[in-house]
Design a protein. Structure first.
Length: 315
């Protein structure tokens, strides 16, 4: 890490005055270590992607995403398939990638970990979907991609309330969805162990890339890791609120198992479509960003991302 483009979201997370001071501290620490740093502020939802593309063109060796998983997701779109490394400094409401990499603690500790980190090429999945205008689109993702209730949650998060309430808003909206949502079914087709296609009906599908989300969820999908060359998926083949609640409580207490309608899959690709021509809207998200709707295909892309992995991070 010698020449760094620091891209930050001025409205990510909470307490803007404190965030500004942290950003300056990060730059000062990097410069004290002999790293050349240039900061770039995002001003629109898609500007982080454009700024990261500009950093690639201008010869930076690293892009440091300062924000939450949404900022990381936007930067990822321009770095996948390039030699420019992605580094992360957690400043958002949700910081699952940073948690998985063990990037927590004081700014000094995080910067020290980044300075000693190793650039590692990891597989990056890609999700194909219909955007809000009904056009075919695709995005890379690095933390998780979901179809169903978790994406509905993202659609209901008000940006201003998110900045004021932070993680509490996620919990409130999640409870409201659990209590009122009918959990409609959609079709998921995947390759079985003998190579044949198998189609089942699910109400929620989650492709997980990180070992740990941090916080109460921690290890949601055992065996999930950034280094996986295949997808690790949670499939909820149930519409029972009670089963959803039991599973989530078991996750919190680290005692979850996969049976009775909730399974853990490992597969290279899945395709999702509406069930029996249903017009029920099924939302799609990736890295906490609302993308669009069905139909969907998720696969591990040919491109890879170079990620700065701290020495203490577990594989």
């Amino acid at each position: 890490m010698q020449r760094v483009a620091l891209i930050y979201n001025p409205v990510s997370g909470q307490l803007s005055a404190r965030r500004a001071a942290l950003l300056q501290q990060v730059q000062d620490l990097l410069r004290a270590a002999g790293v050349k740093v240039q900061a770039y502020q995002t001003d629109t939802p898609g500007s982080a992607t454009a700024l990261a593309r500009q950093a690639v063109e201008q010869g930076y060796d690293t892009v440091l995403a300062c924000g939450g998983d949404g900022t990381v997701h936007a930067v990822l779109q321009s770095l996948a398939g390039t030699s420019v490394a992605l580094a992360v400094f957690p400043l958002g409401t949700a910081n699952a990638l940073a948690a998985d990499l063990g990037l927590n603690g004081s700014p000094t500790a995080v910067v020290r970990a980044l300075l000693g980190a190793t650039p590692v090429q990891i597989p990056v999945p890609r999700i194909h979907y219909l955007d809000h205008e009904g056009n075919s689109a695709s995005r890379y993702f690095i933390v998780a991609a979901g179809i169903g209730a978790d994406a509905l949650l993202m659609s209901r998060l008000d940006a201003q309330l998110k900045r004021r309430l932070g993680y509490i808003l996620y919990l409130l909206e999640a409870f409201r969805i659990w209590a009122t949502h009918p959990f409609p079914l959609f079709d998921v087709t995947r390759a079985s162990t003998d190579g044949a296609a198998q189609t089942v009906q699910v109400s929620q599908l989650l492709a997980v890339r990180v070992r740990s989300f941090g916080g109460v969820l921690h290890e949601l999908a055992p065996g999930a890791t950034l280094h996986n060359g295949k997808l690790r998926l949670l499939a909820f083949m149930t519409q029972s609120r009670l089963r959803y609640l039991r599973f989530l409580l078991a996750v919190v207490f680290k005692r979850h198992t996969f049976a009775r309608g909730i399974e853990l899959w490992k597969t290279p690709c899945v395709e999702c479509r509406s069930h029996n021509g249903s017009t029920e809207p099924i939302f799609v998200e990736a890295d906490g960003e609302l993308l669009g709707s069905l139909p969907v295909r998720i696969e591990v892309a040919a491109e890879k991302i170079t990620l700065l992995v701290p020495a203490h991070a577990e594989p």
